[in-house]
Design a protein around this ligand. Structure first.
Ligand code: SDX
Length: 429
């Protein structure tokens, strides 16, 4: 990386801060020795201006609306790749040869079943348990079945954990859905490819034959590819932070699932559909909700709008909006929520409140419409986001552990609490 320096003067101390320059020209001040050299730290709520690492996995240009996995534009992967090939690209840093791809698919396929004792966990969950709570609980519990592969510094143990997690996450998700509707769990059928296997576990019943619609499986590949990674987002940063303590991969990913659940992050796709349904129930009064979203005194936000990095249209939202038109027509579904979503977009993108704040549709704005069209219940949408995001979490966890400069994540703070004070006996308070 080419570098130069920035000059910083504090009181009578003058220091130079190296400037790191990334492969796309993004520059960052290296403050890794700031405190020891001039006794101050930086302050940056939400890390809006702070880079936590150098990464070679995903590049996002929020102003240009660019997203690339290992340099490959998301539009090309969406058009030509499939989810497991994209997962391989993110995790191992290159597109697999046919032999590498076949070996990867083979090993993933052989790990799709869950230990029979894992199924008993589901007996204890309430019928209406949120599937994100189940997903994280069961992923965390998997570490109790694979205590022979906890060591993050052992390549073989890491590799088998990667295979187990990618293979089993659809099974865990499908079992949580079957539990919620009181239907028998459906075992994986390894004659089916990844997304078809998942659809069958989700929607088939032992009482009758089930044929996967390849068009639907293809939509699922597209959705998972688009969600597969997004550099240092909240949940990925969580996986990195937990992993920096050398917690095993299951524990790190379980933490990432909980972070993704938040309505301001991955939970937004569920909120978008609930918002669109609420507007539809309110006679499609889009303008009323646009005005609500602009009212700072009201907690309502336009879910699926806005992004920390994209200050223009999220390229994933653009692909998904087109997919809604193409695929819903193909499978003969007319969902009134699509028109409501398009109305919101059209009105909001002519309104200075949103334009001045650079609030555009993000990946969550249209994804829920496709999930709904496939037949997934709304409370499964963030679980689907997690299935897609798993390869990204794994890739970042692996990259972090391979970093020779890895330190345990431990931010500093500006203390604003009371000065030294004495304990007082309860009788005198
Ligand atoms: C994802 O980081 C990633 O990469 C995430 C993700 C990924 O792939 O991992 O892309 C996936 O999480 C997408 C985002 C999904 N979340 C939502 O759709 C929830 C709604 N959006 C917001 O909550 C918000 O936009 C965030 C959380 C996404 C981003 O928040 P920021 O960057 O901290 O910006 P902000 O909250 O400070 O907002 C700036 C201004 C504020 O107004 P003012 O205080 O300046 O008056 O815009 C307003 C906000 O109130 N604003 C919104 C809004 N989003 C921001 N106002 C109305 N509706 C919204 N959706």
């Amino acid at each position: 990386m080419s570098s130069s320096c920035a000059k910083l003067e504090i009181d009578d101390t003058k220091i130079e801060l190296p400037i790191l320059t990334g492969s796309e020209g993004e520059r960052g001040l290296d403050i890794s020795h700031l405190r020891e050299r001039c006794g101050v730290i930086t302050y940056d709520p939400g890390y809006v201006n702070t880079g936590s690492c150098q990464s070679a996995i995903t590049y996002v240009d929020g102003d240009q609306g660019i997203l690339r996995y290992r340099g490959i534009p998301i539009e090309q992967l969406a058009e030509r790749s499939n989810f497991l090939e994209t997962a391989y690209l993110l995790i191992y840093g290159k597109l697999p040869t046919q032999e590498e791809y076949d070996a990867f698919v083979r090993v993933i396929t052989r790990h799709t079943m869950l230990h029979e004792d894992v199924k008993r966990f589901y007996d204890g969950f309430p019928r209406d348990a949120h599937p994100m709570a189940i997903l994280s609980a069961v992923i965390g519990a998997l570490s109790t079945f694979y205590q022979d592969s906890h060591d993050p510094t052992n390549p073989e143990q890491v590799e088998i954990s990667i295979h187990r997690l990618i293979a089993k996450i659809p099974t865990i998700a499908a079992y949580s859905y079957k539990k919620s509707i009181g239907q028998p769990f459906v075992y994986p059928d390894n004659a089916l490819e990844y997304c078809s296997n998942f659809l069958r576990m989700m929607f088939s019943v032992p009482a009758e034959p089930y044929e996967v619609d390849p068009r639907i499986a293809k939509v699922l590949h597209l959705l998972f590819i688009l969600h597969a990674d997004h550099e240092q987002n909240c949940s990925t940063s969580t996986v990195r932070l937990v992993g920096s303590s050398h917690a095993n991969l299951f524990a790190s990913v379980a933490a990432g699932v909980y972070a993704l659940w938040g309505p301001r992050h991955g939970g937004a796709n569920q909120q978008v559909i609930e918002m669109l349904e609420r507007i539809r129930a309110d006679r499609g009064n889009v303008r009323k909700y646009i005005e609500l979203a602009k009212d700072r005194s009201h907690p309502f936000r336009l879910f699926g709008f806005g992004h920390r990095v994209y200050k223009h249209y999220d390229p994933r939202a653009r692909i998904l909006k087109q997919a809604c038109d193409d695929i819903l027509a193909q499978i003969g579904i007319h969902d009134p929520l699509v028109e409501i979503a398009k109305q919101i977009e059209e009105i909001a993108l002519q309104d200075d409140f949103f334009l001045s704040r650079k609030l555009y549709p993000n990946v969550d704005f249209y994804s829920g419409i496709l999930y709904k069209a496939i037949g997934f219940p709304v409370n499964m949408f963030t679980v689907l986001f997690a299935i897609g995001r798993l390869p990204g979490w794994i890739a970042h966890w692996r990259e972090m552990l391979a970093d020779p400069h890895l330190k345990i994540g431990r931010p500093r703070q500006i203390y604003i609490g009371p000065l030294c004070t004495d304990y007082t006996d309860i009788t005198t308070r």
